[in-house]
Design a protein around this ligand. Sequence first.
Ligand code: ASP
Length: 328
Amino acid sequence: MSTRRKFLQLSALASAGTLLASCLPQKSGFQISKNPRKPVVLSTWRFGLEANAEAWKILGNNGKALDAVEQGVRIVEDNPEERSVGYGGRPDRDGKVTLDACIMDENANIGAVASLENIKNPISVARAVMEKTPHVMLVGDGALQFALEQGFQSMNLLTPESEKEWREWLKTSTYSPVANIENHDTIGMIALDVHGNLSGACTTSGMAFKMHGRVGDSPIIGAGLFVDNEIGAATATGHGEEVIRTCGSYLVVEMMRQGRSPQEACEEAVKRIHHFIRKGGRNEKEIQIGFIALNKNGETGAFCLQKGFNYAVHDDKNNVLIDAKSLL
Ligand code: ASP
């Protein structure tokens, strides 16, 4: 081979290497500890306590974070008393219960469903989308068709209690979600397992009495949930439109990559959202957003726009509910 050809080949290889290196996510700022706190799991709202306890059955037995987050949030999906997630979730304005969910594992595999009807565990359908299809998201009838093909049982998700509330709402049909009152709340759960791997799950029936077909942040990877196994994970609750606008959970994880603690990263993201709310002329008093975050070292954080958001953290010592600090 001529020296010139060899030189060209070598420099092509070198620049491909440089290109590859520059495409890889940079860890600038983030320091991995030699002694991470693990396992640890955290999830949004009061129902996070029971969800964490379920997840711990897996995490505490050296199980995988992915299995833990799926099984953890299923407990809330199954519970008809929880009226913002899964079975018994409040319907849309047409009286239909439509569910949104997504899941992400340590290898950046993702799966999601949106506007799924008649299946009480959308998180498991999302996992099946991730593991059994070449796609990452299925919606509406297509998601239902896939779920049935996979053996999920069809059932009526509208409980008498939720139907009663909807009929009451129909009398005025005014849609004005108010921060922290019982018309919306998502369970987002993120976990670090004993093997040092992160995964997350997020599931909701979305805003009560939403327009039929409305999809919030919860099934959207990067908005309602994001996991980067080199850095950390984040998930969101609250007004999905605001979280989508800022790619909220992705933003939190990228802040952690730059060296912010999980707490600082959540604060930055809420401030960014607040800025956009003001820019868009929306009323900040009527909007709630909450983020929780976990880094690869097992450190946690949370922050919200209005007072009233809480989250549950389970480590090898206990499972506690914590009031998140707020911007306003
Ligand atoms: N984020 C959910 C949605 O916008 C609702 C919530 O968490 O309260 O659908």
